[in-house]
Design a protein around this ligand. Structure first.
Ligand SMILES: Cc1ncc(COP(=O)(O)O)c(C=O)c1O
Length: 385
């Protein structure tokens, strides 16, 4: 199978990592996890978000052609490209937290955050929608296209001459001085409540997908930045299917693999970001504290993929395979799919996580072409829609 062989060559060249989780728990969703994300909080998020103007579930594509080529029973791709015109699932998280903060404290607040692009877009959109001031921090690698998209929602954007972590520190320092509220998608000791709201918002997308799918998936491959998205997927699937939940594999870029480092060490373990990954939304050096509370026992395995596997998957989806229609996927959207393909190309690895001809895999295309110029450079033509 040519596609998988190509990705496997890249996999070997980039020395990717695989870690089967020794703490994977074969039990029902428990109190440790429910202290982070629970049913009541999820219902509240669902009630709010379902009432937003323009809300409708994003499509779930049945990639039957690719599933056939990969030798599995089914491959479903949740396509977040059309989410509220923002282009990613992130629309559900930051904006939901802003809504709840404005409800609690009134429109006089100023919300702020650091961002690689998508989270800041969501916070800015939420601030415009729910009526409060917004200041967003970006680092030196964030493209001008992503900056413009945030400014379009009326937010003030400040560029910090440094990395993502530098922009996080700047946002925190300015917020402390000015009395602003930091709406972060990641959590650390002493800062947990707002990231929990953000993750509850993501859960709305996960439930949509699990409602749209014919039969429960056997495996979910999902990309990780700080782990909030993966934790939301773990929560919803664990809570819905109990001990028989799908096996969850977290996929990170080789160049920003903080979740696998944390899982292996059993405690928060930051990694230095040297070269920036093309998967901008996943370029994080430190996992989210509360997300790891859920992933610690919830995920089955952790792995990394090289940037070239992501660009390969973007082109593959843009072309369409066999009877599958073309799909527009951004750089951070396809890491989960790349991970699944890389596994399936190696029988030993596939067997280690129980992948076989009967497997039904669910992946989350977490963004469309959120940076159209970059998309065109990678795929060779502009985004279709
Ligand atoms: C498109 C996209 N996918 C996935 C992620 C990863 O989400 P998390 O950082 O919660 O792991 C992000 C984060 O910004 C993103 O923008």
């Amino acid at each position: 199978m040519s596609l998988a062989n190509a990705l496997t060559a890249e996999w070997e060249a980039a020395k990717p990592d695989l870690f089967i989780n020794p703490r994977h728990a074969s039990r029902a969703y428990g109190p440790r996890e429910a202290a982070v994300l629970d049913e009541a909080g999820f219902s509240e998020a669902q009630r709010h978000i379902h009432a937003w103007d323009g809300y409708r579930p994003t499509p779930l594509h049945d990639l039957a052609g690719l599933a056939g080529e990969l030798g599995i029973a089914a491959l479903a791709y949740k396509d977040e490209g059309g989410r509220f015109g923002l282009g990613s699932f992130k629309a559900l998280g930051g904006a939901y937290a802003v809504e709840r903060l404005v409800e609690a404290h009134g429109p006089g607040i100023t919300v702020t955050c650091a961002t690689d692009g998508n989270h800041g877009r969501s916070v800015a959109w939420g601030a415009e929608r729910f009526g409060c001031r917004c200041v967003i921090y970006i680092h030196k690698h964030v493209s001008e296209g992503r900056r413009a998209a945030i400014e379009a929602f009326g937010a003030e954007v400040r560029r910090v001459d440094g990395t993502y972590d530098d922009s996080v520190r700047q946002a925190a320092a300015d917020a402390a001085r000015e009395g602003w509220t930091v709406v972060s998608d990641t959590s650390y000791p002493g800062y947990v409540d707002i990231p929990r709201l953000v993750m509850q918002g993501y859960g709305v997308m996960i439930d949509e997908a699990l409602d749209q799918i014919d039969r429960a998936p056997t495996h979910i491959f999902i990309q990780g930045g700080v782990g909030g998205l993966a934790a939301a997927a773990c929560f919803r699937s664990w809570s819905r299917y109990g001990a028989d939940r799908p096996r969850l594999v977290i996929v990170e870029p080789v160049l920003a693999a903080c979740i696998i480092a944390t899982a292996r060490a059993g405690r928060l373990t930051p990694v230095a970001i040297g070269e920036e990954t093309i998967m901008a939304g996943l370029s994080c050096g430190e996992a989210s504290l509360v997300a790891m509370e859920i992933l610690d026992g919830g995920s089955f395995a952790f792995m990394t993929v090289p940037d070239s596997a992501a660009t390969g998957c973007m082109r593959l989806l843009a072309r369409g395979t066999g009877r599958d229609a073309p799909v527009t996927a951004g750089e951070s959207a396809v890491a989960g799919l790349a991970g699944a393909i890389a596994f399936l190309a190696e029988p030993d690895k596939a067997a280690a996580i129980g992948l076989d001809a009967t497997s039904r895999i669910l992946v989350f295309g977490s963004e469309g072409a959120t940076d159209p110029a970059l998309y065109e450079k990678i795929v060779g033509h502009p985004p279709r829609d």
